[in-house]
Every structure is written in C-alpha cells, then in structure tokens.
Design a protein around this ligand. Structure first.
Ligand code: CA
Length: 683
C-alpha cells in the first residue's frame, strides 16, 4: 500500500503500538466529549428522561410535564436558591422558557439578547446581542420588549430577534452561523414567540396583530437558514393569484377590501409538532380591526383568524383548520399553548390537541382530523352561550356585538388565559391553567375610526375622556353610553382569586377539580412533575408548589423579582434536580406607538392593564370601581417601585436556579442607576 515506505521493524511496531493506542483512546475520549447534538430523534423523545429541557414546551406534546421526582410533595418545602444570574438591564418582562442541554442553560432576554450559562454554577459561557435598532423598532412593538424562547437543533441555538430576524448561533460559542430575515419591522412585524423544529426545519411566526399586518408563519432550513415555505394565515389582494388553495377557500370569508388593512391573524405563541401525525399545529391571532363591522365583515367568518391550523412540515400545506371564534370582534387570539395528549374519552383513546383559549373555553380537538370533541368554559364567559357540540361553532350571544352599544364582555382582551404556560400531568390527568378568573372589558366601537397605515388599528374606544387608541387618537365625538352587562356561563371568580387563580382542569370531563388563588394575568406559568407537584410562578414574583392531585400548598417563596416573571423549568444535573426561572423587568420605558397610548390590549394580552380614564376594571386585578394595580411586566408599571420596595428601588432581571437545601440569598432591591435601555438614543 505504501511502496515508498519501508515496512516498520518489529522494534518500531512494539514502540509505536502503545502510542497509537493512546492516540486512538484520546480520539475516542474527544469524541465522547463532543457535545451531544439535538436531532429529530432527540426532539421526538424530548423530556422523556427529564434530564434536559431542550424544547419550549419540554417535549413534543408541549405538556411541561417532567418525570423527575427527586423534588417531590414530601420535600419541596426544602427548596432554596442555588445560584442566580443577572440577565441584563431589562426593559420588559422575562417571558422566556430557558432550555438546558449538555450542561448548559440557554435563554433569551429583552431585546433578544441570548446567553449561555454553566448550569452547575450559573457562570456565563457566552452572551450575544443582536444589536436591535431599539429606537426604530420600539414603536412597532405592541406589548412589551419580550421574547418567549429559543430552539436547539444539531449544534445550533436558533434565536428569533424581535426586529424580524432569525439567527442560528453556535451552541458552544454563541457565534452566528447563519442569519435569515423572517419579516421587517418597517412592515409592522415583530417576533416574540419561540421557534420549534420539525423535520430539520425551523418554524416561526410573526407578531403584530394590532398593526396592519398580514399574519403568517414560515419554515427555514435549520442547516442553511433558507426559507422553505411561508403560510399566510389570511388572504391577500383578491385580484392577484391565490398563494394556495387555502387562500382561495378563505377569500370569500372576507370583505373584498379587508386585505388593505392587513387582515391580522398573526402567529405569536402556540406551536406544536406531532412527529407521529407529522403535523405542525399553530394558533392564529385576531383579525384587525377588532370589530367585524370595521372589517366590513358582518356575518363573515374571516378565515383563518382566531383559528388552530394543522399543516405538513415539508410543504406548509394546510391539512385541517378549526376556527374557535368565526368573525371575532373581541381580540380572542387563538394562539395559546396547544398541548397534545392521548385521552380516553367515552371509552375510546383519542389523540387530542387541547387549548385553554383567551375566550374562556377549554377546547379538545382530534389532532389527526381537526374534529371538534368538546369545549367548556373554565372561566366566566358572556360573549357566547356555549359551543355547539355538533358543529364546534360558538353560540354567540347577539348582545355581545357592540356596533352601537358599549358592552362589558367576559373575558376581555387579556383573556381568561394568555401566554403563561399551562401543564398537563398524565398521572393526575389534570391540566394546570394559570387563569384570569375575572377578565372582562367594556367594548365600544370607535364610530370615528379611520384607518391609520403603520399604526395600531384596533377600532375601539377605551371609555369616555380617552382617545380612541385604535383610531386617530382623538377623543370620541360622543361619549359611549354605560356598558351593558350580559348573563354568564362558566365558573365565576371566587373570594380571594379575583386576581387570578391556578385551575386544575379535567380535560376528559371538562370540569374543574380544584383551584388556588394566584396566577393568570400576564407572566409566570407552571410545570408539573412525577413528584406529584405543580410548580407555579405567579406574576407578582412568587414561586409556589402544590400537590398535583389535591392542590395542597406545599411551598411559597417570594423570589424578590416582583414582576415580569417567566415560567419555571426543571431538569437534572449530576443526579440533582433543579428548577430555574427568569423574572424582573428593570426599568421599563413608557412607549407610545402612534401617539395614541400604549396598546395594552394587544397580542401580549395587555387587556389586563388599566387604562387611565377607562371605567373597565383591570381584568383579574381588582374589583370594579377600585383603583387597579398595574400588572407586572407592562409599561403601566414603568419605573415604579414594586410592592414592598422603597421609592426608586427595583430589582434588575435575573435567572434564578433552585435546588433542595439551596442556601444562596434571594434578590434584594437596589436603586436604579441605569437609564431605560430603550431610551438610549445612541443606538
Ligand atoms: Ca390580539
């Protein structure tokens, strides 16, 4: 084979053998130390061991259930802080679900800054700033400078940037491997949701529903960043060719000129991929403007706004759709988490998709066909009298239309459930929903509405003395009359939980099993475990634990972060179970898109935010008539000292990691020294 080389002597062979064996061994060791890669099989089995947390909802089913039980109902009271990490200067809530893989914790904070930490110590491995042009992008962000998470694939961290970019970073170094453009903020799009992976593609949708956008989601090749396909959720100009048969079908459900205002139906939160069914499920937001009358759409369904869609990962071809609220007029984005489970219903195992919708109904669908199975209210509902069990269509209360009158509707735009993750425990068969138990809002159409290109176009007024934020920003010419109220269905708020509750819901019988005060609104969320636990982060900064079966309270810690809270995750390192979460806002600049006031009721569900002069109570925050407290993590609390803190004190956002018998001190407030990041005119 090597004619020019002399054969090695016996002596040389004897000497070299151990050397080459050593080289070989070190090569093997090096291979062993190579970071494990996340591939399709890893994602399909994600969450099964509970060791890592590699995808947004912990597993393909997006249940946020962990099989770990080292921390359990008998010892969770010993939970204490292991370490903390300052995630940055803030500027908004911490809505991200961190990911854990290969001993590294990855997460994303305000302005889409991504970081990687040694999960054993919290020591920073790398940090990457996409350098968003904050001044330019801020007015296009409806509901807070937030990102909800990342995706992992092969050796890459896939990071969405709020300004519409998608970045693949080397997981080991944080260096950019590729960059793709999903959408442009100049066209009123932003990105806040976490991407997911399906068959080597990154799936991502766009935010911007209260702006004149045409909603869509798209797939990008995870290896190259090239766009594979794009699916618009609403039809465009009907004089031009339809992009696909789904658009042809949707077109007659709109007024011919509705596309000129974008249409809406953005994709800003829920997404799951069932590798067995080989279907991607996504939820779409509301149509714009809010009242169907202003879309010239009376009696029309407006496909595919406020819908759940199932598409093929290779092509983006629509397989089925289910519209929760045809012709929605109440900002009932249908983007909430979609949890997949196999449930025994009427003696049959059904492969279901479940969603606790903003609109107050808990939906159970057949995820293979889209067939409606059941829907019952998990909170007080007045907009509908129920969902027709045969057709799956809502029986809309005719008095819920507000073409002429001001009508107080439950739930309001913040929704009975928003983005805060719920969790499903297969052992108890229960879903744990962070619920706004008394969400409601006084809807009044803006009779003077004029379409505003590039601005927010909600088309409603926020009460007498307040400019029509969806319109030109002027006060309505005629004060709206007092709001009508309507009869309700569903469980009403109970004493002590008007500020929100954790509801344990049986999705088979569609009945509440137990509820505990705290939760709902915007922020926080839950994880449930084989240790018979539900661990909940409450928007006011508390970390609590309940027994999953009975709801016995086992732990309550005020983390000291006091707002802007994200959901908890759990994982195992060196045989020890940890719980991590992010929270804190830092200074939140007030922003004023279009000069018409912050959009408090948009895709981030800021309908819970009090609006000065609005006679509607802050949904789920305070009884009617009382001065409501601003919800955490919104512009409404800009630079205010959190409850229990002295004036001018605040806590900068942190990532906290808890473990049994952890002894590290919890965060304490400090005086603010840094100016609000978004006001930094230097960028
Ligand atoms: Ca919305």
């Amino acid at each position: 084979m090597f004619p020019n080389r002399k054969p090695l002597s016996c002596a040389s062979r004897t000497l070299l053998f151990p050397l080459s064996l050593g080289l070989l061994l070190s090569a093997w060791l090096a291979i062993g130390q190579q970071p494990k890669r996340v591939d399709d099989a890893t994602l399909k089995n994600a969450g099964k061991s509970g060791e890592d947390w590699i995808t947004y909802g912990s597993n393909a089913q997006e249940t946020r259930y962990s099989p770990l039980n080292e921390i359990n109902a008998s010892n969770v009271s010993r939970l204490g802080l292991a370490w903390s990490y300052d995630v940055g200067a803030g500027g908004g809530g911490q809505e991200a679900t961190p990911l854990v893989w290969n001993g590294t914790l990855f997460s994303i904070t305000n302005w889409s800054v991504v970081f990687a930490l040694d999960v054993r110590t919290g020591k920073e491995r790398w940090r990457w700033d996409p350098e968003v042009n904050r001044t330019a992008v801020q007015p296009k962000i409806c509901c807070g400078v937030v990102n909800r998470g990342l995706a992992l694939y092969q050796n890459l961290v896939i990071a969405p940037v709020i300004d519409g970019r998608l970045e693949a970073l080397d997981a080991a170094t944080g260096k950019v491997v590729w960059e793709a453009r999903v959408a442009y903020p100049q066209e009123d799009y932003t990105i806040t949701m976490a991407p997911r992976i399906a068959k080597g593609k990154v799936i991502i949708g766009v935010s911007g529903g209260e702006y004149p956008v045409r909603g869509f989601f798209a797939a990008f090749d995870a290896a190259t960043g090239h766009q594979a396909w794009k699916f618009y959720t609403v039809p465009g100009d009907p004089t031009k060719p339809f992009e696909n048969s789904a658009m042809r079908k949707a077109s007659p459900t709109w007024a011919p000129d509705a596309w000129k205002m974008g249409g809406g139906a953005p994709v800003w939160d829920g997404l799951s991929y069932d590798p067995d069914a080989d279907l991607i499920y996504i939820g779409t937001g509301n149509a714009g403007p809010w009242p169907e009358k202003l879309r010239h759409s009376n009696g029309k369904d407006n496909l595919y706004a406020a819908s759940i869609l199932a598409v093929q990962p290779e092509t983006g071809e629509l397989r089925w759709h289910y519209q929760t609220v045809p012709g929605d007029s109440w900002d009932f984005d249908t983007v909430q988490q979609m949890t997949l489970a196999d449930l025994n219903i009427n003696g049959r195992t059904r492969k279901v998709l479940m969603q606790a919708n903003k609109d107050g109904f808990y939906y159970v669908l057949d995820r293979l066909t889209g067939q409606f199975i059941s829907a019952e209210p998990f909170a007080e509902v007045t907009w509908a009298k129920g969902i027709d069990p045969k057709t799956g269509r809502p029986m809309v209360n005719p008095d819920a239309m507000y073409d002429k009158d001001t009508v107080r509707i439950s739930p309001g735009p913040g929704g009975a459930h928003n983005w805060s993750p719920m969790s499903y425990n297969p052992n108890t068969g229960l879903v744990y929903i962070p619920t706004s138990t008394s969400s409601n809002f006084s809807y009044a159409i803006d009779q003077d509405f004029t379409y505003k290109p590039g601005g927010q176009n909600m088309g409603i007024v926020f009460g007498f003395g307040r400019g029509g934020r969806g319109g030109a920003g002027a006060a309505p010419a005629t004060p709206p009359p007092p709001a009508k109220t309507l009869p309700s269905i569903g469980p009403k708020a109970q004493e002590g939980d008007r500020g929100g509750a954790l509801i344990a819901w049986d999705p088979v019988t569609q009945k509440e099993r137990w509820r505990r005060p705290g939760g709902g609104s915007i922020g926080g969320g839950t994880v449930t475990t084989a240790g018979n636990l539900v661990i909940q982060v409450i928007p006011d900064g508390r970390l609590v634990a309940y027994s999953a079966d009975k709801g016995e309270k086992l732990l309550e810690i005020q983390t000291g972060l006091r707002g802007g809270m994200g959901p908890p995750i759990t994982y195992l390192v060196d045989g020890k179970q940890y719980i991590s979460l992010m929270g804190g806002t830092g200074p939140v600049p007030r922003f004023n898109p279009g000069g018409a006031g912050g959009n408090d009721a948009g895709r981030g569900g800021r309908g819970n935010a009090p609006v000065p002069g609005n006679n509607a109570p802050a949904v789920g925050n305070a009884p009617a008539g009382a001065a409501p407290a601003p919800p955490p993590g919104t512009g409404a609390e800009a630079n205010a000292a959190p409850p229990g803190f002295g004036a001018g004190q605040q806590v900068l956002p942190k990532l906290l990691t808890f473990v049994l018998d952890g002894k590290a001190p919890l965060p304490t407030p400090t005086a603010p020294a840094t100016p609000p990041a978004a006001n930094d005119a230097a960028r």
